[in-house]
Design a protein around this ligand. Structure first.
Ligand SMILES: *[C@@H]1O[C@H](CO)[C@@H](O)[C@H](O)[C@H]1NC(C)=O
Ligand SMILES: *[C@@H]1O[C@H](CO)[C@@H](O)[C@H](O)[C@H]1NC(C)=O
Length: 426
């Protein structure tokens, strides 16, 4: 009896100590300046001595000096300039004013467009002068408008070595860049354990995964500490200092382009998508391998939405006010998941400075590609609006698909297991 009691006591003490240590680690939270983070892990071995594991820093100060990267020469397609009508809507006017600046910058001044964007909130007065009915805009829309010029939020958690390898042959072939938010822990874990698994695939091609996050919203519980631990554990989170809202997804895309150029410029292909999709990594790799060089270098593919136009119903998530944008949307790949060539990144990043932020990120992406003169190519394996109900648990059906939307973490796990089961015959 006595022996059991003391064992219990030791166990209780050990777990309390464990909790205290975890708590004190947590208390430090997300801290960009920190170079080394120590995690104490308590083992309940006989002499109960805590052992210390040194964890490599998640945040490395960039050793590169801060010279801005060179932007490549750019032509903006005539087609795009004509496609977006000149009219009184705020965004249209902003676009055509930037395009005029492009002409001047390209022909004469050689000005760097990055200098045109100073992050100061757009004054409400200025907005009111330019948009007569701004009072009727939904509050979140007004927030979006105020922040439209802010393009350079700091990175709070970075993964600067994600794509590094000493070896030319080991360069990243495919990077999964997954839009996520703080509270989606389970979704991220399902991606890591299934289609987003990093490593070497057929023929030794390298696949890497990053999750793109902003900060939690004001009313959310504070998850900074948990995110910090997750980032240390998996080294696949990139967090920027902006509010992670729907209308800020375009900003997320823009900063991701920048991140790619700084940290992963050699990647051959990028898959950008949501954290609740199911992707068939093998089918994606097969497709990429099947491309002709010319197709590969200008790749922009997914489920293509053509002939779309702004929705004018305030109750819809994709609502766009008439006085904000008027005109058609370019054909674009549904943002649930699409593929594009890493070769295009410098051009995408450059051209995005001539295109005002748009509140719908995949439409914005379509505009950037159109401005580069690239039309998206339809691939029927991308099912961003999902497949027939009766096929959703059918592993065989998924063999031929590249992406389906949307799946719970549990469905993702099950589907992956079934697709890789030796018992599966299709
Ligand atoms: C800049 O050059 C283009 C192409 O040569 C020309 O069409 C355009 O009018 C020029 N713009 C200005 C402002 O000179
Ligand atoms: C986007 O993020 C910025 C910076 O955190 C914030 O001020 C702004 O309100 C956000 N915009 C929206 C539409 O949530």
């Amino acid at each position: 009896m006595r022996v059991k009691y003391s064992k219990l006591l030791i166990l209780a003490l050990a777990s309390t100590l464990c909790l205290v240590v975890i708590y004190s680690t947590l208390k430090d939270g997300v801290h960009p300046q920190r170079d080394l983070i120590e995690i104490q892990s308590i083992t309940t071995d006989t002499n109960r001595k805590p052992t210390t594991t040194k964890v490599k820093p998640i945040i490395k100060k960039k050793s590169k000096n801060d010279t801005p990267l060179e932007l490549p020469p750019l032509t903006i397609s005539e087609d795009f300039m004509k496609y977006i009508p000149k009219n009184g809507a705020y965004w249209n006017r902003k676009l055509h004013s930037l395009l005029r600046q492009f002409d001047v910058a390209e022909n004469q001044t050689r000005e760097d467009p990055r200098h045109w964007f100073q992050c100061k909130p757009e004054s409400f007065e200025l907005l009111q002068t330019n948009i007569q009915d701004i009072q009727s805009y939904p509050p979140l829309y007004k927030d979006f408008l105020k922040g439209m010029e802010c393009r350079d939020p700091p990175v709070v958690i970075d993964q600067p070595t994600k794509c590094e390898s000493g070896n030319e042959a080991e360069q990243v072939f495919l990077l999964f860049a997954i839009k996520s938010t703080f509270n989606h822990f389970e979704r991220r874990q399902a991606v890591r354990e299934t289609w987003g698994r990093e490593g070497s695939y057929d023929n030794g091609v390298q696949v890497r995964t990053v999750f793109l996050l902003g900060r939690s919203l004001q009313d959310d519980p504070n998850l900074d500490q948990l995110i910090s631990l997750e980032a240390q554990q998996f080294r696949d989170l990139i967090v920027w200092d902006f509010e992670d809202s729907f209308y800020n997804l375009t900003l997320k895309e823009h900063v991701f382009f920048k991140w790619m150029l700084d940290n992963c410029p050699q990647a051959s292909f990028v898959f950008k998508g949501d954290d609740d999709v199911f992707a068939n990594t093998q089918a994606i790799l097969n497709h990429l391998h099947s491309l002709e060089p010319a197709q590969a270098s200008s790749l922009y593919t997914g489920q293509i939405i053509s002939d779309a136009a702004p929705l004018r119903d305030q109750k819809i998530k994709y609502y766009v006010p008439q006085t904000f944008y008027e005109g058609p949307y370019p054909p674009y790949a549904g943002g649930g998941g699409f593929l594009f060539s890493g070769h295009l990144l410098p051009y995408l990043y450059h051209v995005s400075f001539y295109i005002p932020f748009f509140p719908i990120d995949d439409v914005y992406t379509g505009m950037c590609f159109k401005a580069l003169g690239i039309n998206p190519v339809k691939h029927s394996g991308f099912q961003t609006f999902d497949i027939r109900e009766q096929d959703r648990e059918n592993a065989c059906v998924h063999n031929d698909l590249l992406l389906v939307h949307q799946r719970t973490p549990q469905q993702t796990m099950r589907l992956w297991r079934n697709m890789h089961s030796s018992m599966l015959t299709c």
